[in-house]
Design a protein around this ligand. Sequence first.
Ligand code: FAD
Length: 284
Amino acid sequence: MIPQNFTYQAPKTLEEALALLADGTAKPLAGGMSLIPLMKLRLAAPERIVDLGRIPGLNYIREEDGKIRIGAMTTHYEIETSPLLRARCPLLATTAAHIGDMQVRNVGTIGGSLAHADPAADYPAALLALEAEVRLVRAGGERTLPIRDFFVDVFTTALEPGEIVREVVVPVEAPGTGTSYQKVAHPASGFAVVGIAARVRRGDGKIALARLGVTGLASKPFRADAAEKRLEGTDGAETDLRAAAAAVTEGVEANSDLYASAEYRAHLARVYAVRGLRSALQAA
Ligand SMILES: Cc1cc2nc3c(=O)[nH]c(=O)nc-3n(C[C@H](O)[C@H](O)[C@H](O)COP(=O)(O)OP(=O)(O)OC[C@H]3O[C@@H](n4cnc5c(N)ncnc54)[C@H](O)[C@@H]3O)c2cc1C
């Protein structure tokens, strides 16, 4: 299908882009992997498109003060293959490798993926487990949100009109931390039927830190707090992992569709949580 007519604007600076976006009537364009199909299906019909692709300085991965900063226009492929991320924050690089196919990873960006907020997207699970922060900017201001405050509902984020994702901030992993991303990919779309990001750290022989980010299961990605609490302080034995994984679906209203019923999705989440925790512990 052909999209509705729109005006295309390609600013050369961030300030110019924010001014063009300020009144909230235009949509930013990043990789176009989600926005263009939506426009072709006429599920989105913005009057103006502000292309972020000509703005220098929005594509980077760099370490600063014990954190890694990733510019919004950094592609999935750049994240997947970044030597810095692979060495210092491998969960994000590993997760990026699960996104779509090579063509999508070459063009799609982390900022676009977060702003799109598909409930079956991969990054949110990892970023929740990493307790990442997201830096948002608008004309004349900026704010930083913990990632768990960013996702509001299906395809809905905390972004205000005129505001864009500027960068994502993840920690440099402390020694002894192990991580894993386990995904059940939908056979047609490749999106996560369920995706579990596990992050664990041992201290004095016990599990000192457990973080579990979950995507695909519910209307928005979430941290499995109850499961984390159940695991912390244990020896990390197989029975501990299973008890923790059982809590991943507690109180969660699981998604249901033609491919996977709510019951099946919840079952997958528990099974993949055990696998994720086991694999993260082996890596720790
Ligand atoms: C065939 C196919 C398979 C895919 N499989 C997967 C998968 O397995 N897992 C997965 O996670 N994703 C998957 N995706 C989605 C992919 O990751 C997209 O790259 C991503 O959802 C959107 O990123 P983008 O850069 O293309 O953004 P765009 O499509 O350009 O924009 C998406 C939305 O975000 C807004 N936006 C873009 N950048 C910003 C910004 N910096 N600040 C604020 N708003 C912004 C746009 O206005 C738009 O509303 C798939 C996509 C395709 C086409």
